[in-house]
Design a protein around this ligand. Structure first.
Ligand code: MG
Length: 242
């Protein structure tokens, strides 16, 4: 899973650099597919519950599960959420990042990105043997709400391993009394999603794409993380110890 995570982080990084104004989200997905296959992996999302895309690309008020399309051409100022899952040698890895298309994001967007990423890191820091999962959830909620944003509660992280979505669900909100106790050897996909104001979401006509009802922008960051006796180890990273 560590090797898969490293491979996935390299792929996501490459896809990020292909994301430029004038490129369609389908072109981006096709590029991603080439890289996934070259790595000896397969897309975890294509065909998952009949999802029609290789990766998820969600723009602006789209929250998650956007379907790549030739009709969606990237424009300067777009807020792009790239979510990629792969399967290789029987194990899954899952990762997402949000990027702003343009030189300098407006300060509001910059703080949305920073706060959501900080929430992810707070959650990861709490992935310690003996902690409750609720402590992880609470730490993410706290960062997001202290930052003046709201948690999109409809979507949660998950266990990951021989299946893409395993138990337990990992909510991005909660209290320390909740959830199972964490143990070394667990691997979880941690994925906070934050937005401005009302976090209610709706699903578009395509049956997949989640959007904010208010039309507000949202951000999503995800890592696949292993819990070790020494603490959390981010698997979806290019710089790994041991
Ligand atoms: Mg996930």
């Amino acid at each position: 899973m560590q090797e898969n995570g490293r491979i996935l982080s390299v792929i996501l990084n490459k896809v990020k650099h292909q994301a430029k104004p004038g490129v369609s989200t389908l072109e981006l997905a096709e590029y991603a597919h080439g890289e996934i296959l070259k790595a000896g992996a397969e897309s975890a999302f294509l065909g998952y519950r009949d999802f029609p895309g290789v990766i998820c690309i969600s723009l602006n008020d789209e929250v998650v599960h956007g379907i790549p399309s030739s009709a969606r051409v990237l424009r300067p100022g777009d807020l792009l959420k790239i979510d990629i899952g792969i399967r290789r040698n029987g194990f899954y890895a899952d990762m997402a990042e949000t990027i702003f298309l343009g030189a300098t994001p407006p300060s509001e967007i910059e703080s949305l990105l920073q706060i959501t990423n900080r929430a992810l890191m707070a959650g990861i820091r709490n992935l310690l043997p003996g902690n409750t999962l609720g402590k992880v959830s609470q730490s993410m909620q706290e960062v997001i709400e202290t930052g003046g944003l709201s948690v999109v509660k409809r979507f949660v992280g998950h266990g990951i391993g021989r299946r893409l979505h395993e138990k337990p669900p990992v909510p991005n909100f909660g209290t320390p009394e909740q959830g199972p106790r964490l143990k070394a050897g667990m691997v979880l996909a941690i994925e906070p999603i934050a937005t401005f104001g009302d976090p209610e979401i709706a699903i578009k006509q395509d049956g997949w794409t989640a959007i904010t009802v208010s039309g507000a922008l949202s951000a999503h960051f995800e890592h696949t993380v292993a819990i070790t006796p020494q603490g959390p180890r981010i698997l979806t990273s290019t710089c790994q110890a041991g």
